[in-house]
Design a protein around this ligand. Structure first.
Ligand code: PMV
Length: 361
């Protein structure tokens, strides 16, 4: 499928009003997306675990208006009007209008809330854009009931990608791959797909505890970080490495080889941050406590032989990944050894989920 496949078919009668709601999870990449081409096309393929506890719930009420001259919406975040989110939504609507031409026909009331603590430093753009895209697709489905399930989810992922790249991996499935790769059938730059190969059962229930090291605003946004991959001295090698790592991951995911899984995932996380440190201008998003935690994880793994590892997103927080069977021991380790490196001792226990769900009205 290409982007043109997402242009709408014939709409039937437009409903006068209605309301839809979806809950979409966050995700954590194992092979990272870092670097893009316009508009929101990844420079390399990536794959992520879908999370469960960390999620955004969004409802969209829609009411037909008597003109179609512009976008018209109000936005509430955790019950309060949130005008500073509006420009981002406006840009998103402009980008997706050609795929959803009914958008100017309605006045929308968008209400959104996160399951994770307020300003915890967890990026909510992936879950937020995924939930909003699913709501808008739900409205489209009412206008075009012939839309089948596979096209519904593929198009929702495509729309979410136009809001925030990694959001396209927060729609459906527990392991989601995004970005064209010659050895992955049906892989695409324009939307995420459920990982099509065998996945060992250990990964179906994998745990991710997010250690909240730094909850403040990042000094460099991921938009800026992606941009700095243009003309980056190591960009081409890095992109090739991501392609190769997806190949390497295939037998690891099938067999449940945790030793190889750990090596690949930690190397991806450190490579992502190495790209930041070798950009021009260069920057560092890790904090001293990020490094303290990494060293303690390595020490714990060495002495107890427990298969725990870390990954990082574009920030200082650490995602601690471990099999469900190790949950009790690892959670003691977190409480006793790692929590002191978290801001206000805060962390969130999460695990692999299955994707977004519709909220019944
Ligand atoms: O979706 P964006 O533009 O916020 O970029 C996300 C990039 C990383 O989180 C660092 C990696 C990834 O693949 O999720």
């Amino acid at each position: 499928m290409t982007e043109n496949d997402f242009l709408p078919g014939n709409y039937q009668k437009l409903p006068v009003k209605g309301k839809v709601a979806w809950k979409a999870p966050s995700n954590i990449a194992l092979v990272k997306y870092w670097g893009k081409r316009p508009v929101q096309m990844p420079a390399n393929p990536s794959i992520s675990f879908t999370l469960d506890t960390c999620a955004t719930t969004t409802s969209v009420a829609f009411e037909k208006k008597d003109n179609n001259t512009g976008f018209s919406f109000d936005l509430f975040f955790e019950g309060k009007p949130k005008d500073d989110f509006k420009p981002k939504i406006q840009t998103f609507l402009e980008r997706i209008e050609k795929y959803l031409p009914f958008l100017k026909e309605y006045y929308f009331t968008i209400e959104t809330s996160n399951s994770f603590p307020h300003s915890s430093g967890i990026a909510s753009s992936a879950s937020g854009m995924a939930a909003l895209s699913l709501c808008l697709m739900d409205i489209e489905k009412q206008l075009d009931p012939a839309l089948d399930e596979a096209s519904f989810y593929a198009k929702a992922s495509h729309l979410a990608r136009l809001g925030s790249g990694s959001a396209c991996r927060s729609i459906k499935g527990s392991l989601v791959q995004w970005g064209k790769h010659k050895n992955i059938p049906n892989s695409s730059d324009v939307y995420g797909i459920e990982y099509p190969f065998e996945v060992n059962k250990v990964f179906r229930t994998y745990c991710d505890t997010i250690l909240l090291v730094h909850k403040g605003q990042k000094q460099v946004s991921s938009t800026m970080g992606h941009q700095l991959m243009h003309g980056h001295p190591y960009a081409e090698n890095r992109f090739q490495q991501a392609f190769d790592n997806l190949d390497k991951l295939k037998p690891i995911l099938a067999s449940g080889d945790l030793e190889e899984f750990i090596k690949l995932v930690e190397s991806e996380a450190l490579t992502l941050h190495a790209m930041m440190m070798t950009s021009m201008p260069y920057f560092i998003l890790m904090k001293p406590d990020t490094l303290e935690i990494i060293n303690k994880i390595w020490e714990y793994r060495e002495t107890t032989k427990t298969p725990v590892c870390f990954t990082l997103d574009a920030g200082a927080n650490v995602h601690l990944l471990y099999p469900d069977a190790e949950k009790e021991r690892v959670r003691d380790f977190i409480k006793n050894t790692l929590a002191k490196h978290c801001e206000n001792g805060q962390y969130i226990h999460d695990h692999v989920g299955k994707g977004a769900v519709k909220i019944k009205g």
